[in-house]
Design a protein around this ligand. Structure first.
Ligand code: XIL
Length: 372
Protein backbone atom coordinates (compact mmCIF):
# COMPACT_ATOMS: atom_id res chain seq x y z
CA UNK A 1 0.00 0.00 0.00
CA UNK A 2 1.37 3.38 -0.91
CA UNK A 3 0.88 6.12 1.62
CA UNK A 4 1.63 9.67 0.60
CA UNK A 5 3.07 11.56 3.50
CA UNK A 6 3.58 15.27 3.11
CA UNK A 7 7.34 14.71 3.13
CA UNK A 8 7.10 12.24 0.29
CA UNK A 9 4.92 14.55 -1.72
CA UNK A 10 7.43 17.34 -1.27
CA UNK A 11 10.23 15.07 -2.34
CA UNK A 12 8.39 14.17 -5.54
CA UNK A 13 7.61 17.78 -6.24
CA UNK A 14 11.29 18.60 -5.92
CA UNK A 15 12.16 15.77 -8.27
CA UNK A 16 9.61 16.31 -11.01
CA UNK A 17 8.78 20.01 -11.05
CA UNK A 18 12.24 21.14 -12.26
CA UNK A 19 12.06 18.55 -15.05
CA UNK A 20 8.62 19.71 -16.00
CA UNK A 21 9.77 23.36 -16.06
CA UNK A 22 12.80 22.45 -18.15
CA UNK A 23 10.62 20.65 -20.69
CA UNK A 24 8.17 23.53 -20.70
CA UNK A 25 10.98 26.04 -21.30
CA UNK A 26 12.46 23.87 -24.02
CA UNK A 27 9.20 23.67 -25.98
CA UNK A 28 8.31 27.28 -25.34
CA UNK A 29 11.65 28.57 -26.64
CA UNK A 30 11.76 26.08 -29.52
CA UNK A 31 8.17 26.63 -30.66
CA UNK A 32 8.75 29.88 -32.57
CA UNK A 33 11.59 28.28 -34.50
CA UNK A 34 9.55 25.15 -35.23
CA UNK A 35 6.66 27.25 -36.47
CA UNK A 36 8.82 29.57 -38.54
CA UNK A 37 10.55 26.51 -40.05
CA UNK A 38 7.09 25.44 -41.18
CA UNK A 39 6.69 28.75 -43.02
CA UNK A 40 4.88 30.82 -40.40
CA UNK A 41 6.55 33.61 -38.51
CA UNK A 42 5.60 33.85 -34.89
CA UNK A 43 7.28 35.26 -31.83
CA UNK A 44 6.22 35.39 -28.22
CA UNK A 45 8.18 36.31 -25.14
CA UNK A 46 10.07 33.68 -23.19
CA UNK A 47 8.95 33.68 -19.54
CA UNK A 48 11.65 35.14 -17.31
CA UNK A 49 12.10 31.91 -15.31
CA UNK A 50 13.13 30.06 -18.47
CA UNK A 51 15.99 32.46 -18.99
CA UNK A 52 16.65 33.26 -15.37
CA UNK A 53 19.66 31.07 -14.82
CA UNK A 54 21.41 31.39 -18.14
CA UNK A 55 23.74 34.07 -19.36
CA UNK A 56 26.09 34.37 -22.25
CA UNK A 57 29.47 34.57 -20.62
CA UNK A 58 29.03 31.40 -18.57
CA UNK A 59 28.87 29.39 -21.77
CA UNK A 60 32.07 30.85 -23.12
CA UNK A 61 35.55 29.45 -22.45
CA UNK A 62 37.03 32.96 -22.87
CA UNK A 63 35.91 36.45 -21.76
CA UNK A 64 32.76 37.64 -23.53
CA UNK A 65 32.37 41.39 -23.64
CA UNK A 66 30.48 44.33 -25.06
CA UNK A 67 31.40 47.93 -25.54
CA UNK A 68 29.15 50.18 -23.51
CA UNK A 69 27.76 53.67 -23.94
CA UNK A 70 28.22 55.77 -20.83
CA UNK A 71 24.83 57.51 -21.13
CA UNK A 72 23.01 54.18 -21.14
CA UNK A 73 25.17 52.84 -18.30
CA UNK A 74 23.95 55.77 -16.23
CA UNK A 75 20.30 55.96 -17.24
CA UNK A 76 18.97 52.78 -18.82
CA UNK A 77 18.07 50.13 -16.24
CA UNK A 78 17.38 47.40 -18.79
CA UNK A 79 20.72 48.07 -20.54
CA UNK A 80 22.60 47.87 -17.23
CA UNK A 81 20.80 44.63 -16.39
CA UNK A 82 21.75 43.01 -19.71
CA UNK A 83 25.37 44.17 -19.53
CA UNK A 84 25.67 42.91 -15.95
CA UNK A 85 24.04 39.59 -16.64
CA UNK A 86 25.33 38.59 -20.05
CA UNK A 87 28.93 39.82 -20.25
CA UNK A 88 32.03 39.50 -18.09
CA UNK A 89 34.09 42.09 -19.92
CA UNK A 90 33.39 45.66 -21.02
CA UNK A 91 35.08 48.25 -23.22
CA UNK A 92 34.15 51.93 -23.15
CA UNK A 93 32.62 52.70 -26.55
CA UNK A 94 33.83 56.30 -26.40
CA UNK A 95 34.55 57.28 -22.79
CA UNK A 96 38.29 56.52 -22.90
CA UNK A 97 39.01 58.12 -26.26
CA UNK A 98 41.22 61.21 -26.47
CA UNK A 99 38.41 63.73 -26.87
CA UNK A 100 36.49 62.29 -23.91
CA UNK A 101 39.41 62.14 -21.49
CA UNK A 102 41.47 65.14 -22.54
CA UNK A 103 39.08 67.80 -23.89
CA UNK A 104 41.42 70.77 -23.55
CA UNK A 105 45.19 70.89 -23.35
CA UNK A 106 45.33 71.25 -19.59
CA UNK A 107 42.24 69.36 -18.48
CA UNK A 108 41.54 65.70 -18.08
CA UNK A 109 37.97 64.60 -17.52
CA UNK A 110 37.92 61.25 -15.73
CA UNK A 111 34.32 61.20 -14.48
CA UNK A 112 32.70 58.99 -17.14
CA UNK A 113 35.56 56.54 -17.48
CA UNK A 114 35.87 56.27 -13.70
CA UNK A 115 32.16 55.49 -13.58
CA UNK A 116 32.85 52.46 -15.78
CA UNK A 117 35.86 51.46 -13.66
CA UNK A 118 33.60 51.54 -10.62
CA UNK A 119 30.92 49.47 -12.38
CA UNK A 120 33.52 46.92 -13.53
CA UNK A 121 35.01 46.59 -10.06
CA UNK A 122 31.67 46.27 -8.28
CA UNK A 123 30.41 43.67 -10.74
CA UNK A 124 33.59 41.69 -11.32
CA UNK A 125 33.95 42.61 -15.00
CA UNK A 126 37.17 42.85 -16.96
CA UNK A 127 37.64 46.37 -18.38
CA UNK A 128 39.54 46.82 -21.64
CA UNK A 129 40.92 50.27 -22.47
CA UNK A 130 40.11 51.76 -25.88
CA UNK A 131 42.05 53.65 -27.23
CA UNK A 132 45.21 55.61 -26.42
CA UNK A 133 45.97 56.77 -29.93
CA UNK A 134 43.68 57.13 -32.97
CA UNK A 135 43.37 59.63 -35.79
CA UNK A 136 39.67 60.16 -35.00
CA UNK A 137 37.77 61.35 -31.96
CA UNK A 138 40.35 64.02 -31.23
CA UNK A 139 39.54 67.31 -29.51
CA UNK A 140 39.84 70.52 -31.54
CA UNK A 141 42.94 71.56 -29.63
CA UNK A 142 44.84 68.55 -30.96
CA UNK A 143 43.60 69.01 -34.52
CA UNK A 144 44.71 72.65 -34.32
CA UNK A 145 47.94 72.00 -32.44
CA UNK A 146 50.77 74.01 -33.94
CA UNK A 147 53.86 73.04 -31.92
CA UNK A 148 57.12 71.73 -33.34
CA UNK A 149 58.02 68.04 -33.32
CA UNK A 150 59.28 68.19 -29.73
CA UNK A 151 56.01 69.75 -28.59
CA UNK A 152 54.04 67.08 -30.52
CA UNK A 153 56.09 64.30 -28.96
CA UNK A 154 55.59 65.74 -25.54
CA UNK A 155 51.85 66.03 -26.11
CA UNK A 156 51.59 62.41 -27.31
CA UNK A 157 53.64 61.10 -24.40
CA UNK A 158 51.81 63.19 -21.80
CA UNK A 159 48.44 61.98 -23.00
CA UNK A 160 49.38 58.30 -23.08
CA UNK A 161 51.22 58.29 -19.78
CA UNK A 162 48.69 60.39 -17.86
CA UNK A 163 45.87 58.12 -19.01
CA UNK A 164 47.66 54.81 -18.43
CA UNK A 165 48.89 55.97 -15.02
CA UNK A 166 45.41 57.11 -13.99
CA UNK A 167 43.94 53.67 -14.78
CA UNK A 168 46.91 51.60 -13.60
CA UNK A 169 45.68 48.57 -11.67
CA UNK A 170 42.12 49.22 -12.90
CA UNK A 171 42.45 48.76 -16.65
CA UNK A 172 44.60 45.73 -17.37
CA UNK A 173 44.78 46.04 -21.16
CA UNK A 174 44.84 48.80 -23.78
CA UNK A 175 44.34 49.32 -27.45
CA UNK A 176 47.44 51.47 -27.78
CA UNK A 177 47.15 52.47 -31.42
CA UNK A 178 43.98 52.13 -33.48
CA UNK A 179 43.76 52.02 -37.29
CA UNK A 180 47.33 52.94 -38.29
CA UNK A 181 47.03 51.31 -41.72
CA UNK A 182 44.94 51.92 -44.82
CA UNK A 183 43.19 48.95 -46.41
CA UNK A 184 45.92 48.63 -49.05
CA UNK A 185 48.54 48.18 -46.34
CA UNK A 186 50.07 51.65 -46.65
CA UNK A 187 50.41 53.83 -43.57
CA UNK A 188 47.50 56.21 -43.07
CA UNK A 189 48.74 59.80 -43.33
CA UNK A 190 47.22 60.73 -39.97
CA UNK A 191 47.90 63.89 -38.02
CA UNK A 192 50.28 61.78 -35.87
CA UNK A 193 52.30 60.37 -38.75
CA UNK A 194 52.52 63.79 -40.36
CA UNK A 195 53.87 65.45 -37.24
CA UNK A 196 55.85 62.64 -35.64
CA UNK A 197 56.91 60.30 -38.45
CA UNK A 198 55.76 56.73 -39.11
CA UNK A 199 57.70 55.23 -36.22
CA UNK A 200 55.73 57.22 -33.63
CA UNK A 201 53.64 54.03 -33.32
CA UNK A 202 56.52 52.20 -31.64
CA UNK A 203 56.95 55.04 -29.17
CA UNK A 204 53.25 54.88 -28.25
CA UNK A 205 53.77 51.28 -27.10
CA UNK A 206 56.95 52.20 -25.23
CA UNK A 207 55.27 55.12 -23.44
CA UNK A 208 52.32 52.96 -22.41
CA UNK A 209 54.62 50.19 -21.19
CA UNK A 210 56.73 52.64 -19.15
CA UNK A 211 53.58 53.92 -17.42
CA UNK A 212 52.23 50.44 -16.61
CA UNK A 213 54.62 47.54 -17.22
CA UNK A 214 51.83 45.07 -16.39
CA UNK A 215 49.37 46.34 -19.00
CA UNK A 216 48.60 44.07 -21.96
CA UNK A 217 49.13 46.20 -25.05
CA UNK A 218 47.22 45.74 -28.31
CA UNK A 219 47.39 47.00 -31.85
CA UNK A 220 43.75 47.30 -33.01
CA UNK A 221 42.40 47.60 -36.57
CA UNK A 222 39.56 46.64 -38.91
CA UNK A 223 39.61 44.89 -42.27
CA UNK A 224 41.74 41.83 -41.42
CA UNK A 225 38.95 39.70 -42.89
CA UNK A 226 38.77 41.38 -46.29
CA UNK A 227 42.24 42.81 -46.91
CA UNK A 228 45.22 40.49 -47.12
CA UNK A 229 47.38 43.56 -47.85
CA UNK A 230 46.40 45.06 -44.50
CA UNK A 231 46.98 41.77 -42.72
CA UNK A 232 50.42 41.50 -44.22
CA UNK A 233 51.29 45.05 -43.20
CA UNK A 234 50.15 44.36 -39.63
CA UNK A 235 52.20 41.16 -39.57
CA UNK A 236 55.31 43.08 -40.69
CA UNK A 237 54.74 45.73 -38.05
CA UNK A 238 54.49 43.08 -35.33
CA UNK A 239 57.66 41.37 -36.56
CA UNK A 240 59.56 44.63 -36.55
CA UNK A 241 58.31 45.30 -33.00
CA UNK A 242 59.48 41.88 -31.89
CA UNK A 243 62.91 42.38 -33.49
CA UNK A 244 63.30 45.76 -31.78
CA UNK A 245 61.89 44.66 -28.44
CA UNK A 246 58.98 47.07 -28.63
CA UNK A 247 56.41 45.85 -26.10
CA UNK A 248 53.31 44.49 -27.85
CA UNK A 249 51.20 41.66 -26.50
CA UNK A 250 48.06 41.47 -28.56
CA UNK A 251 46.30 42.10 -31.81
CA UNK A 252 42.72 43.41 -31.94
CA UNK A 253 40.50 42.41 -34.86
CA UNK A 254 37.57 44.81 -34.90
CA UNK A 255 35.40 42.61 -37.15
CA UNK A 256 32.76 45.12 -38.20
CA UNK A 257 31.56 42.76 -40.89
CA UNK A 258 28.73 42.12 -43.30
CA UNK A 259 26.45 39.11 -43.09
CA UNK A 260 27.80 37.96 -46.43
CA UNK A 261 31.38 37.64 -45.19
CA UNK A 262 32.90 34.28 -46.14
CA UNK A 263 34.09 31.54 -43.79
CA UNK A 264 37.40 31.57 -45.63
CA UNK A 265 37.96 35.26 -44.91
CA UNK A 266 37.00 34.89 -41.25
CA UNK A 267 39.44 32.00 -40.88
CA UNK A 268 42.20 33.81 -42.75
CA UNK A 269 41.96 36.79 -40.39
CA UNK A 270 41.82 34.80 -37.16
CA UNK A 271 44.50 32.31 -38.19
CA UNK A 272 46.84 35.06 -39.38
CA UNK A 273 46.46 36.87 -36.06
CA UNK A 274 47.00 33.65 -34.10
CA UNK A 275 50.15 32.90 -36.11
CA UNK A 276 51.78 36.03 -34.65
CA UNK A 277 51.78 34.22 -31.30
CA UNK A 278 50.22 37.29 -29.65
CA UNK A 279 46.93 37.39 -27.81
CA UNK A 280 43.98 37.84 -30.15
CA UNK A 281 40.97 40.01 -29.27
CA UNK A 282 37.90 40.07 -31.49
CA UNK A 283 37.45 43.61 -30.27
CA UNK A 284 34.43 45.24 -31.94
CA UNK A 285 32.27 42.52 -33.43
CA UNK A 286 29.06 43.39 -35.25
CA UNK A 287 27.45 41.84 -38.34
CA UNK A 288 25.48 44.24 -40.50
CA UNK A 289 22.78 43.12 -42.92
CA UNK A 290 21.89 46.29 -44.84
CA UNK A 291 24.62 45.91 -47.44
CA UNK A 292 22.72 48.04 -49.98
CA UNK A 293 21.93 50.75 -47.43
CA UNK A 294 18.18 50.49 -48.01
CA UNK A 295 16.17 53.08 -46.09
CA UNK A 296 13.41 51.52 -43.99
CA UNK A 297 14.85 48.01 -44.33
CA UNK A 298 13.12 45.42 -42.11
CA UNK A 299 14.97 42.55 -40.43
CA UNK A 300 13.77 39.26 -41.92
CA UNK A 301 14.10 35.70 -40.63
CA UNK A 302 16.46 34.93 -43.51
CA UNK A 303 18.72 37.81 -42.50
CA UNK A 304 18.62 36.68 -38.88
CA UNK A 305 19.66 33.17 -39.88
CA UNK A 306 22.52 34.30 -42.10
CA UNK A 307 23.72 36.79 -39.51
CA UNK A 308 23.60 34.11 -36.80
CA UNK A 309 25.66 31.86 -39.00
CA UNK A 310 28.38 34.54 -39.27
CA UNK A 311 28.45 34.98 -35.49
CA UNK A 312 28.74 31.24 -35.04
CA UNK A 313 31.55 31.01 -37.55
CA UNK A 314 33.56 33.76 -35.84
CA UNK A 315 33.15 32.12 -32.42
CA UNK A 316 33.89 28.63 -33.71
CA UNK A 317 37.05 29.69 -35.54
CA UNK A 318 38.21 31.76 -32.58
CA UNK A 319 37.56 28.90 -30.17
CA UNK A 320 40.01 26.76 -32.15
CA UNK A 321 43.08 28.97 -31.60
CA UNK A 322 45.32 28.18 -28.61
CA UNK A 323 43.58 28.98 -25.30
CA UNK A 324 46.51 31.09 -24.10
CA UNK A 325 45.92 33.46 -27.03
CA UNK A 326 42.17 33.88 -26.49
CA UNK A 327 41.86 37.32 -24.94
CA UNK A 328 38.13 37.33 -25.64
CA UNK A 329 35.36 38.45 -27.94
CA UNK A 330 33.70 41.85 -27.58
CA UNK A 331 30.61 42.96 -29.47
CA UNK A 332 30.41 46.65 -30.38
CA UNK A 333 27.58 47.59 -28.00
CA UNK A 334 24.63 45.47 -26.86
CA UNK A 335 21.30 45.85 -28.69
CA UNK A 336 20.47 46.83 -32.25
CA UNK A 337 19.21 50.24 -31.14
CA UNK A 338 22.58 50.98 -29.48
CA UNK A 339 24.73 50.23 -32.51
CA UNK A 340 26.92 52.82 -34.21
CA UNK A 341 26.27 51.15 -37.62
CA UNK A 342 23.06 52.99 -38.65
CA UNK A 343 24.55 56.45 -38.16
CA UNK A 344 27.88 55.40 -39.67
CA UNK A 345 26.38 53.90 -42.83
CA UNK A 346 23.42 56.30 -43.03
CA UNK A 347 20.84 53.50 -43.15
CA UNK A 348 19.09 51.26 -40.62
CA UNK A 349 20.65 48.01 -39.49
CA UNK A 350 20.38 45.17 -36.96
CA UNK A 351 23.97 44.13 -36.31
CA UNK A 352 24.02 42.89 -32.69
CA UNK A 353 22.98 39.73 -30.76
CA UNK A 354 20.15 41.56 -28.95
CA UNK A 355 17.27 43.35 -30.61
CA UNK A 356 16.11 46.86 -29.80
CA UNK A 357 14.16 45.52 -26.78
CA UNK A 358 17.15 43.50 -25.57
CA UNK A 359 15.53 40.22 -26.52
CA UNK A 360 18.03 37.59 -27.60
CA UNK A 361 18.26 37.13 -31.36
CA UNK A 362 19.32 34.04 -33.30
CA UNK A 363 22.82 35.52 -33.25
CA UNK A 364 22.86 35.17 -29.47
CA UNK A 365 22.14 31.46 -29.63
CA UNK A 366 24.63 31.08 -32.46
CA UNK A 367 27.42 32.49 -30.28
CA UNK A 368 26.75 29.73 -27.76
CA UNK A 369 26.54 27.11 -30.51
CA UNK A 370 29.95 28.28 -31.71
CA UNK A 371 31.65 26.85 -28.63
CA UNK A 372 29.69 23.61 -28.48
C1 XIL B 1 32.72 54.53 -32.83
C2 XIL B 1 31.61 54.65 -31.82
O1 XIL B 1 30.85 53.47 -31.83
C3 XIL B 1 30.75 55.84 -32.13
O2 XIL B 1 29.80 56.05 -31.10
C4 XIL B 1 31.61 57.09 -32.28
O3 XIL B 1 30.82 58.18 -32.69
C5 XIL B 1 32.73 56.87 -33.27
O4 XIL B 1 33.46 55.71 -32.91
N1 XIL B 1 36.33 51.60 -34.88
C6 XIL B 1 36.68 51.89 -33.60
C7 XIL B 1 35.68 52.43 -32.66
O5 XIL B 1 37.82 51.59 -33.19
O6 XIL B 1 36.25 53.27 -31.69
C8 XIL B 1 34.58 53.12 -33.39
O7 XIL B 1 33.58 53.48 -32.44
C9 XIL B 1 34.00 52.25 -34.48
C10 XIL B 1 35.05 51.90 -35.49
Amino acid sequence: MITFTEAKANERMKKYVPNFLLMFCFFWTAAPQMLSASGRTISFPVPQFCAADTNLYQYMPFPMGASVAISRMKNNARYIEVVTKEFNSITAENAMKFRSLHPTENTFNWADADYLVDFAQKNGKQLHGHTLNWYQYLPAWVNNFSGDSIAWENMLKTHIQTVVTHFKGKVASWDVVNEYFNDDGTIRPSIWVKNLGADYIARCFQYAHEADPDAILFYNDYGHEYSSAKRTAIGKLINSFKERNIPIHGIGLQFHMTYTQSDANISAAIDFAAATGLKVHISELDVRVNTNKVQGLAFTDAMAAQQADRYKQVVKTYNAIPKSQQFGITTWNVGDADSWVPSWQGAPDYPLPFDANYLRKSAYKAIIKGVK
